[in-house]
Structures are given as C-alpha cells and as structure tokens.
Design a protein around this ligand. Structure first.
Ligand code: NAD
Length: 470
C-alpha cells in the first residue's frame, strides 16, 4: 500500500476513483454533451492545429490527417451518439421456467477508472477513439499518449484540459517510466494500443490487480495475391494501403504473398501505381509522409541492409535521407527465408514480395507465423478465398481490398492472440469499457425455493423432474 501511495499519479487516480460513481451515473444525454464537446474541439476549434501537429511529428500529409484522424474520430463520435441510448438501456433477457417468478436483465455499467495507453502512428485517432468508448460507457479515464509524437501529445493535453476536469478525464505525458508508474495503480480496465512486446508487459501489470485489458497490438499482416486476381486493382489498393502514413499502420499489408506465376506482372503494376501516387521522386511529393523518429529510421534501414546483404532483388526505392527521415517507398523480392523483413513487423514503407506455388503452401506460410491483425485476399476464385478464410485466423480480413474494415463502425476491430485481445470500435468499444452485470429480480414466490434444504426424497424427485423437463 505504501508503494502505491508514493506513486506520482496516486492522487490523480484517487480523485477519479472518488468521482467514478458520479460519472457512471450520468445520463445518456450528459454523456452525449461530453462527446459533443470533444467533437467540436476536433472538428472546429483545434482542427488546423491537429493537422499542423501531425505534420510536425510525422510529416503527415494534411489530406491524410483529415481522412485518417479527424474523419475517423468525428465519424466514431457521430455513430456512438446515434446508438448510445440503445446500448445503455438495461436489456431484458428470457428467464427459464425453472426460475418462474423472476425476471432477468443485463445492466451495462461503467467499469470504473480506466487507463488508455496509445501509440504514435495515429496519435489522435488511437487516443480519442478509445476515449469516446470510455466516455460513452461512463468511465473516468487517465490517458498516456506516446512520447514519440510530442506535438500531438501536447495538443491532446490542451484539448483534454479544455473540456474535462481531471477527476473525470486526465492526460499525462511521459516516456516508459510514466507508463510503468501508471501500470502500478489498480485500474479497473486498461486499454492498450501498441506492440505485442509491450502488450505483454501491460498484461502482466494488469494481472497484479486483475484489471481487465483490451490489447490492440500489431504483427505481420499478410496480403495474398492469387493467380486469378485482377493485378491492376490489387496493386492499386496494396500500394495505397502499404505506403499511406509511410507504412506506419498496424493494419498495413506487411508483405505480399503472391502466386509465383503472376509475380512479375504484379510487381510491374505496383511500380506503375507508385509513380501514379507519388511521382518520380516521392521525396518531393506532398502525398508522402516521413518516418517518426531516427530510431525507427535506423531500424528500417537496418532491414534494408540485411535484405541487400542476402542478395535480394530491389524492385523499387531502397534510398533514404537521414536529414528529413525520408525512406523511399520500397519493393523488394527474392528474399531469403531468414531476411529480417520476413521475421519482424515492418511498420514502414517497405513491401517484401514472397512467392508461393499453391494455396496450401501460402496457408502453411501464414500459419507458421503469429496470428495476424489483418489478412487480405486478392482473388476472383471463391474456392481459393474460402480455403484461405477457413484455414487461417486473423483479427480482420478484407477480400479484394485492404485496411477499410477498420473504418466500418459496425465491425469489431481487434486482433487475436499475438495481434491483440478484445475488440474496439462502436458497440464493441462500448462493451470493452462496460461491465455486463447480470441482474435477476424476484417478483413472487420462486419455485427454486421448493429445492431448499432439508433434501427430502420428494425434493430429490423434484430435482430429477426439473433436470429432465426444464
Ligand atoms: P509501443 O508498444 O512501443 O508503445 C505504445 C505505448 O506504450 C506508448 O505510449 C509507449 O510510451 C508505451 N510503452 C512503451 N514501452 C513501454 C513499457 N516498457 N512499459 C509500459 N509502456 C510502454 O508501440 P508504438 O511503437 O507506439 O506503436 C507501434 C506498434 O503498435 C506496432 O506494433 C503496431 O502494429 C501497433 N499498433 C496497433 C494498433 C491496433 O489498433 N491494433 C494501432 C496502432 C499501432
């Protein structure tokens, strides 16, 4: 206990703990007015500042900030507002005949004091997205955004302080030590978005207090292009999905797994689309971003050096500029199996092409790795698509597209095992931050009372009768 009271965030945590029932008992309209304030801040008051912060932190094109940050959060808020009434309602469920005299309900109640730890690649979207769900469910929240995108984190702090008192929502900036300190506190729910390795640290810390967790993690998301696929449209979408935000997207196609008979034609199409999107020199393109930090810039260049040292084929790109953390959109093929690009999540603008001879070989290749956050299939063959769907596992899948499943609020978003635990977005996000409390109300004499002790032979007969007929 002494240890916890010395924690630098103990007082803040206690403040929220004392206030949690006031927040939990807010009406739907009260929660909607908080969401309105957040929407106004993002859509109107701070819109330009958000785009500037993202440009400073990630060189993010203004258009991408509009679409992948502002639109996503505002869309999420609108969706939640139009459904919250329905979600919050206590739901009546059937009661078995053996419980005659009672009614049963599910009451959705806030989990309590929640922690949101977010990453840097979509700083606003991946911080405010979970916050929207947490507010909708009636929780108090402490947020720890990433230290890698300081302009965005500082602006989010301003926005939060502008809208909320810190006994309801607070944002603390800091590096790993800040997370470590926060993780020592007995939160009721922890929503973490980041890498699988840190996800394990978060889950271990949560275990100390048996806090529930939502872990939105990453990994290598395969993209299969079979020999029936429309290569032109496959390349058009894969190049868009891979190089948006400079490949720093959790659901980015990590590598392309291509039928060997269409490999050359597919690469040719990829190069056409690369030039179409970013011109001859992507470094001068306003539509192409930058790598977040020098550490990540060096990590990605180390992958490229490793690939070059293992006699791979560089199909496109491969050059970089340390001064502005630019790495050219790169396509590389003929990699050896032990190339680091085929082992770790890439999280950058490098697309390795791996070939397969038949669908079974592709399935075996995918299943030898950790279960991915996303798996994409480009095919016109229902048979191949079904085979891939039924013999692999993934958090989500698009057929003949990539990434867009993230944007549908009606779908659960999340991974499986190494790529995540639990789901978010829309109703699934509301559920993640809610306790589904089982509620039974006894109205009249209940027939279960007939089975109370002492256990006579009549009661034994009655129990057998109940088991058989009810
Ligand atoms: P990260 O795991 O390094 O950091 C995420 C957060 O955890 C940051 O706020 C960071 O300060 C904190 N953190 C880092 N080390 C910590 C430690 N030892 N203890 C406690 N907290 C710590 O991830 P990142 O580099 O910010 O983001 C990239 C990763 O996130 C990729 O793996 C990507 O796939 C994944 N990601 C997943 C999703 C999703 O929705 N599933 C979305 C975006 C990113």
């Amino acid at each position: 206990m002494a240890e916890i009271t010395n924690n630098p965030y103990y007082n803040l945590f206690q403040k929220q703990r004392s206030h949690q029932f006031d927040v939990a008992n807010t009406s739907c309209n009260q929660r909607i007015s908080k969401l309105n304030a957040l929407q106004r801040a993002i859509e109107i008051t701070f819109r330009e500042e958000i785009k500037e912060a993202l440009h400073k932190d990630l060189g993010k094109p203004y258009f991408e900030s509009e679409m992948t940050e502002i639109y996503q959060i505002v869309g999420d808020i609108k969706y939640v507002k139009s459904n919250l009434h329905k979600w919050m309602r206590t739901k009546k469920v059937p009661t078995p005949l053996s419980m005659l005299g009672a009614s049963s309900y599910i009451k959705y109640e806030a989990k309590g004091v929640c922690l949101i730890i977010s990453p840097w690649n979509f700083p606003f979207n991946l911080t405010f997205g979970p916050l929207v769900s947490a507010i909708a469910a009636g929780n108090t929240v402490i947020i720890k955004p990433s230290e890698m995108t300081p302009h965005s984190s500082a602006l989010m702090k301003t926005i939060i302080e502008d809208i909320f008192d810190d006994d309801e929502v607070a944002l603390v900036e800091g590096e790993v030590q800040t997370s470590t300190n926060l993780l020592q506190l007995p939160f009721n729910h922890i929503f973490f978005t980041g890498s699988p390795s840190v996800g394990k640290i978060v889950m271990k810390a949560a275990a100390n207090h048996l806090a529930s967790v939502t872990l939105e993690l990453g990994g290598k998301s395969p993209t299969i292009v079979d020999n029936t696929a429309n290569l032109k449209t496959a390349a058009k979408k894969i190049i868009w999905g891979k190089f948006m935000n400079c490949g720093q997207i959790c659901v980015s196609p990590d590598y392309a797994l291509v039928d060997e008979t269409v490999k050359d034609a597919f690469i040719k199409q990829c190069k056409i689309w690369l030039e179409e999107y970013y011109g001859e020199n992507p470094e001068t393109s306003d539509s192409y971003g930058r790598i977040v930090t020098s550490k990540h810039f060096n990590r990605l260049n180390a992958h490229l050096d490793d690939a070059k040292s293992k006699s791979s084929t560089l199909n496109s790109g491969g050059n970089s500029n340390e001064d502005n953390k630019y790495i050219a959109p790169t396509i590389v093929s003929d990699l050896s199996d032990n190339a680091s690009l085929l082992e770790d999540e890439i999280f950058g603008p490098i697309l390795p092409i791996v070939t397969y001879k038949n669908i079974d070989e592709a399935i075996e290749y995918i299943n030898a790795k950790e279960r991915p956050l996303a798996l994409y299939i480009y095919s016109k063959s229902n048979k191949n698509t079904k085979r891939l769907l039924n013999n692999t596992k993934a958090g989500g899948t698009c057929i003949n597209n990539n990434i867009i499943h993230y944007a549908n609020h009606n779908l659960p978003f999340g991974g499986i095992n190494n790529s995540g635990i639990g789901k978010s977005h829309g109703y699934y996000g509301f559920k993640a931050f809610s306790n589904e409390r089982a509620l039974v109300k006894q109205h009249t004499f209940g027939i279960t009372e007939l089975l109370f002790p002492p256990y006579t032979s009549y009661k034994e007969w009655l129990a057998k009768f109940t088991i058989k007929w009810f």
